[in-house]
Design a protein around this ligand. Sequence first.
Ligand code: PGA
Length: 229
Amino acid sequence: MIFAANFKTNHTRASTRLYTEKLRSGIAAKHADDKIYIFPPATALDRFEGDFTIGAQNAYMAQNGAFTGEIGLEQLAEFDIRTILIGHSERREFLGEDQEFIAKKFSFFQSQGFEILYCIGEPLEIREQGEQAVIEFLLSQFEGIDISYDKLIIAYEPIWAIGTGRSATVNEIATTHEALKKTVQKPLLYGGSVKLDNIREIIQIRGVDGVLVGSASLDVEQFSKMILS
Ligand code: PGA
């Protein structure tokens, strides 16, 4: 199973260090084949010791240069960061990243050999139109994306389930994952209000290869328990 923590705009460099120290001992008893990813904010990127991978929530498609407010390969290389989140709905929605831009970013980081955690997810009005509309919408988010890339992990995160406390139902997750797997044969995570009291039933769903956790990952004890659950 894959357990990924997306801190978003939470935690500092100091608290991330403490977090990773506690995580190291907290997950000592995890299954050997479980993979853990932590995506701290850019200011907290660093080298941390432990059986987990640190990834960037975002970066610009450049080695370095005049891209005010962005970080590039040079800043990631300082900490050996080789993993990146691309396509998260918050960047699509609040930062105005459209599919064309996202696809360019994807190609750039693919060409650099990064491991890419690529996020897709539908808004509520699409979910309300039924499963067929959902799948069509999700597949449109693969436009320009090389889904045969060997270092690709997909995260399905319905927008209406992110940070709302309302996860998709087991049936919704199962049906959507099954449909997606017909097109993409890559590890497929579910994200959207995954927490301690629903993680077990979610990771047992066929077609779920792991989870991407926001709010419930911020507390290291809780996240460690989720991994060991
Ligand atoms: P959430 O966020 O767990 O707080 O719903 C998930 C995500 O956006 O990755």
